[in-house]
Design a protein around this ligand. Sequence first.
Ligand SMILES: [Zn+2]
Length: 94
Amino acid sequence: MKVTPETVSQAMIDRWYAQEENYRLRLRAIGELARVCPPPDVFAGQTACPSHPAERWPCPLTKIAWYARGSDPRAEERALLEAIPLPDGMSGEE
Ligand SMILES: [Zn+2]
């Protein structure tokens, strides 16, 4: 049967919404389970994830958490890096 606006039944629409809700709930569950790893000591030249040393930070699990929560990974990464306090003697000004 060809699906057209006239042949779409209420049951099909209800099933579609139920499926969408299911996806939304699964994504929310993933977002709540996934942990955001702290950034590495960038001022010591480190780039690896402190929790997953084989991965460069932000590691895939951190990105999964951000995507599942609907965050912008670039904005999240920037905010976490900017929150790292400057080491003593490094003021950022000449
Ligand atoms: Zn990690």
